[in-house]
Design a protein around this ligand. Structure first.
Ligand code: NAD
Length: 322
């Protein structure tokens, strides 16, 4: 039986995940859905944000649907989402951003770079080690190239090789892989790319970049489609896969029934495609488009619908006989 781990996490994770879970349950009542509780809320209650047993439970799932977790800026608190990505070796973070006249896929290396977790804070100096390995770069470059080959066949390498030696290394390995695979490629400094992507999004297809640059670039690109409430992501490794909205736990709006569940619904559609149910994935995507075009929208994109009301509309559309 297909097993789906459901992680609400913190903040608006408790609101957007139930909407997406209902849609999945309607499309696949035969799946086994089981909850896993991790995050800051759990830490506040128990002193442990994520136990080894939670990681083991996640590893029993065929796919994970994840909301968002709060990471307080405290010296000793480790980001749970980073821990999970590393523990499950979810090295490829795929972040699609689609709109009128453009269809981008940001492929972000997800396990090393500036998020290596190798850091220390001293009284007068703090350091974070930016680790870029050959193995890590080759596998993310290959994942991006495979993705480009299934799309328009164009790869852009985003880096800061004019300043960072680790990015000279990253860029050169990506170029070698692209040449080897015979895909069309170019490379751009990440700062220039961040502006160009907003001015000429149609010029790009697949963009591969390191961890923090991909994180920032995908938030920036969400501007093209109406903000963070709309952009999904997949975290894929060789054995496990986790699907989550690009946004965080949004404590400023948590508990108000105003969060936009579209990013999470789209993440659920990516989950279905990953499990081989392309038809279900397209059905869910088209239900989202139908509801949005009918004018039912949450406040962040100019509407007045609540999270639950938007979810009800999705269920109504999905429930109609085709
Ligand atoms: P955020 O993405 O949570 O929120 C940024 C802004 O976008 C906020 O104003 C928020 O209200 C808005 N927003 C986000 N999602 C929305 C939605 N679905 N609908 C409507 N508006 C939405 O980023 P932040 O405020 O920088 O971070 C808040 C917390 O989330 C932090 O603790 C951070 O560490 C964490 N975070 C977690 C993840 C993750 O779990 N993968 C990712 C990013 C941030």
């Amino acid at each position: 039986m297909t097993r789906i781990a459901i992680v609400e996490g913190d903040g608006i994770g408790h609101e957007v995940i139930p909407v997406a879970q209902k849609a999945l349950e309607l499309l696949h009542p035969e799946y086994d859905y089981f909850p896993v509780e991790v995050g800051y809320g759990r830490w506040e209650q128990t002193g442990c944000p994520c136990a080894d047993g939670d990681i083991s439970a996640l590893k029993t799932a065929d796919a994970i649907l994840f909301g968002a977790v709060t990471t307080p800026p405290m010296k000793d608190y480790q980001s749970i989402v980073l821990r999970i990505r590393k523990a499950l070796d979810l090295f490829a973070n795929m972040r699609p951003v689609r709109g009128d006249g453009f269809d981008l896929m940001i492929v972000r290396e997800n396990t090393e770079g500036l998020y290596s977790g190798i850091e220390e804070i001293g009284p007068d100096r703090a350091t974070t080690l930016r680790v870029v390995t050959r193995r890590g770069t080759e596998r993310i470059a290959r994942a991006a190239i495979r993705c480009a080959q299934q799309r328009q066949g164009k790869l852009t390498i985003g880096h800061k090789a004019n300043v960072l030696k680790s990015d000279v290394f990253f860029r050169d390995i990506c170029i070698a892989e692209a040449k080897n695979a015979g895909v069309t490629y170019n490379d751009k400094f990440i700062d220039a790319l961040s502006l160009d992507i907003l001015q000429r999004p149609g010029a790009y297809d697949v963009i591969v970049t390191t961890n923090i640059f991909g994180d920032i670039l995908s938030d920036v690109s969400s501007y093209l489609v109406g903000g963070l409430g709309l952009v999904p992501s997949a975290n894929i490794g060789d054995r496990y896969a986790l699907f989550e909205p690009v946004h965080g736990s949004a404590p400023d709006i948590a508990g108000k029934n105003t969060a936009n569940p579209v990013a999470t619904l789209r993440s659920a559609a990516m989950l279905l495609a990953y499990l081989g149910d392309n038809e279900g994935s397209v059905r869910l995507e088209s239900a989202i488009s139908t509801v949005l075009s009918s004018g039912i929208r949450t406040r962040d994109i100019g509407g007045s619908a609540g999270t639950r009301e938007f979810g009800d509309a999705i269920i109504r559309v999905l429930g109609k006989k085709r």
